[in-house]
Write a protein that binds this ligand. Sequence first.
Ligand code: AKG
Length: 225
Amino acid sequence: MCDLAIPEALAYLTEHGADVVYVPDFLAAAEADAYLSRLQREVTLDSPEESRIRRPFSTEWVPIPRQQSAYGDPGTRYVFSGTSVEARAWIPVLEELRARVEPLALRSPNFVLINRYRNGSDCMGWHADDERDLGAEPEILSLTLGSARSFQFRHKASFPRSGQPARRPDLRTVSLPLEHGSLLVMRHPTNRDWKHQLPRRGGRQPDRIGERWNLTWRRVEAGAS
Ligand SMILES: O=C(O)CCC(=O)C(=O)O
């Protein structure tokens, strides 16, 4: 289990190989508001051409349903779904936030993947952050700013596998609303055993759901991929 020396930390999910801690008020409300405004002004988002992934088992490229960017130490990048997100050089707002999350990390983050969800239509599908770039024991620190959105966990054994039924259909899907200014820490072996997603929300009126920024702090191993 995570052993975070902060009283607000909630051990959120600890079953079946999960090690997830949720810190709802990681940033105080006023501070979270100020950081959100700075991100909106200071972060450069990737172009639509740079924001595509390869459809599984296909050569077709499709746009991701959100905007993204990445910042990190020189030469770092993150490879997933057939695409590579190259790090831009650190900017002051991200250096400040990195210094805030770093005390909670087992290994100092050298990279941040930024996702901007414009409204409830923007989303991220089921996946695990278990790419080779993240090393044998990946750790993710996930900061939310803006509208709260539901985040879900599902054990890998509960997914059907290539035409086969799930080995463990009894395993429950776990939902957690990620709030403005919150930090979610996913330590090893969470991403080995579980997937997570950020589903669409808002039904036929996705514009009712406001903008959300998510920053996932990672330690990327140079030259792994
Ligand atoms: O926006 C979120 O909270 C999900 C981010 C995520 O799953 C990822 O970056 O791998």
